[in-house]
Design a binder for this molecule. Sequence first.
Ligand code: ADE
Length: 418
Amino acid sequence: MQYDVKDLKLAEKGQLRMEWASRFMPVLADIKEKFKKDKPLQGVRISACLHVTSETANLMEALKLGGAQVALTASNPLSTQDDIAAALVKMYEISVFSIKGEDNQTYYDHINKALDNKPEITMDDGADLVSTIHSKRKELMDDIIGGTEETTTGVIRLKSMAEQNVLNYPIIAVNDAKTKHFFDNRYGTGQSTIDGILRCTNLLLAGSDFVVCGYGWCGRGVAIRARGAGARVVICEVDPLKALEAVMDGFQVMPLEQAAEKGDVFVTVTGDKNVLSVQHFERMKDGAIIANAGHFNVEIDIPALNEMAVQKREIRKFVEEFTLENGRKIFLLADGRLINLSAAEGHPASVMDMSFANQALSAVYLHQQGPELQKKVYAVPKEIDEDIALRKLKTMNIKIDSLTEEQKKYLTGWEEGT
Ligand code: ADE
């Protein structure tokens, strides 16, 4: 079995952390039981490019129990938990290629190693497998029946490929399932972004001015959690509807150049590039802290910050101090990489439970239905999404009401009025 991980001696620690996470993943645990019995993925080769965390490890275990042959690589050079990578190799005999802090070259070498598994299904978080296959590993295309995509940024890239007619196999947009983005993006990113910032700075958020760039599901989550910690939260948006929503949610909304002068902490969560750039760095207060919670490390214009700096040093782990010409200092967290996965542990297991239940069930759906699908981006089937919500409620011991026959008829008719 092939693998490349930091140190297999970390495996015992990784297995304990995996076990801890599994306590909070009861929906995935049900799926594991079912997969163990029914083997719905018997012999299917899956290559996955996901953050290598204790939650992902539980998904990998589920796929293996379902009969799949899995290879895993990281979807970000800084998001690997080395103990988890070791446990997957040593205790579960799953091929893992990822080391926290790997350079860009190693990152892509690892992607290629995971692709050497000759996948029939690809599982992406950010579309790096799909883009590598379509640009450099075209020979793999014939065997592939479909892929899944975990995140907003990946879905945007894949939809653009489909629109340009260059997407060569069907994709299930796991991100767009309601049981994914309503929860993972909002409550997962919200809590874990604050967690990442606090772990590397030990900052007091109460009374601080906290600027969130982007009010999508992730931005909403970061904003509500920062407000909950006592910060005065400012939202910067380009979409008038989202901006209006932020206003009515009770946040201050203003252009980023204005917010730049005000903020103590800035978080980018837009999915776009150079959101924080020279014109903002020039206006920031001495001591401003900047971090990114979007998928790629392009949201903060780090090359521009490097050019403006006369001095640079690491002042704490994951905190880089940039001194500008006039003596002001700006602190960049985790190299502008996803702060929640670089400086903390990513989203809590309880929310990844639903995201990864979607991944596991979508893989089975692709295996069964893939040949009938077109080269397009598909939603997770509604039945899977609703089933996951119901199961999650059940594991929380929460019962809900159901419609009477009379109410169902009323909702589908038009005849009755006042
Ligand atoms: N994305 C965000 N949080 C994650 C986690 N804990 N595991 C895998 N992918 C993630």
